[in-house]
Design a protein around this ligand. Structure first.
Ligand code: BDR
Ligand code: CA
Length: 314
């Protein structure tokens, strides 16, 4: 390990479950260039676009970044429900707007994402963090099939849910709305969870002057800029929502958030409200906290941190 890593935070092994997705691509890139995170495994999953596309997106992203990390594709649909994508936000490919090279990185197809997660956790010398920035289907399947691994999981850090209204349904955010049953399994797992709900992803916006700044920060800054010009999560001129990057922010820069330990319940029975996250800040349900929920983020600090992280990729 480098001297820098010894002096700062210990390097944290992580597994990323993801559905790139423009904000996913940004979060993955920053994680791969952070000295404090060791990305052990990336498991694409169906979400923003279908599994074939999210897998291809991870392959071409890693090829462009020149980073070799095992890629093991996961679920092509939610546990019980029919898939619904978000190609209106991220483009037909899921990562529209930049001309990525043809991939030279190939996915592992001899095992499932869940098996790969299990092997990664078993062989890691320190407890692993699961980062969920897509629907939680694979993380739920993993916890269901390998409950004995729970003690080797440091925590789950995720982007998902909403404090109030949703972006998938009236009351549900996309990642939870796509697979409510999976989200429920995760929140009932008794593993320590930190989460950035949708509103936090909307508070932490990338404003046009930051987009312009990162454009000149090397090839990765340029790539982000091109993706941002096509991304429909928010608007380029009024600010882009960096949802998934907030999960990374919770790991690398927790001091920019206000965080409340809270009981979070996931609605799976409602005919109109599937995937709604009841973030019980006032304790109406009288239950013990099962998650630490970000309720505010300092937008200025976020943009500053984001720009510094992009600068690190040069
Ligand atoms: C979440 O949904 C997806 O479109 C984004 O990638 C993010 O994970 C935001 O609700
Ligand atoms: Ca995502």
């Amino acid at each position: 390990r480098s001297i820098m890593a010894i002096n700062s935070l210990p390097t944290r092994p992580v597994i990323i479950s993801t559905d790139p997705g423009i904000d996913d691509a940004v979060a993955i890139s920053l994680a791969l260039f952070s000295d404090d995170i060791d990305v052990k495994l990336i498991c694409p999953i169906a979400g923003n676009v279908d599994l074939k596309k999210t897998t291809y997106n991870v392959q071409r992203l890693l090829t462009f970044l020149e980073k070799e990390v095992p890629v093991v594709p996961g679920s092509s649909s939610p546990l019980l429900r029919v898939s619904k994508d978000a190609s209106n936000v991220h483009g037909e490919s899921g990562m529209d707007g930049f001309n990525f090279p043809n991939p030279t990185i190939t996915p592992v197809v001899t095992k499932t994402a869940v098996q790969a997660m299990h092997e990664t956790v078993l062989t890691s010398s320190t407890p692993v963090t699961l980062v969920g920035i897509g629907p939680l289907t694979d993380i739920a399947l993993y916890l269901h099939l390998y409950p004995q691994d729970k003690e080797r999981i440091h925590e789950i850090v995720l982007m998902g849910g909403a404090l109030g209204r949703g972006n998938f349904g009236v009351l549900s955010e996309f990642n939870f709305g796509v697979d409510p049953e999976a989200a429920k399994i995760v929140f009932n797992s008794n593993i320590s969870i930190r989460m950035a709900p949708m509103e936090i992803g909307r508070q932490a916006k990338i404003m046009p002057n930051t987009s312009e700044k990162i454009k000149s920060l090397g090839k990765i800054g340029e790539m982000f800029y091109s993706l941002f010009a096509h991304y429909r999560g928010g608007s380029f001129s009024k600010g882009l929502n960096m949802y998934d990057v907030l999960a990374l922010g919770l790991i690398l820069k927790p001091e920019m958030f206000e965080i409340e330990p809270t009981y979070v319940s996931i609605e799976t029975q409602g005919t109109l409200t599937g995937g709604a996250s009841l973030i019980d800040l006032k304790g109406y349900l009288g239950k013990e906290s099962n998650a630490k929920v970000a309720t505010e983020v300092d937008a200025e600090q976020f943009e500053k941190w984001f720009t510094e992280m992009v600068a690190k990729t040069i």
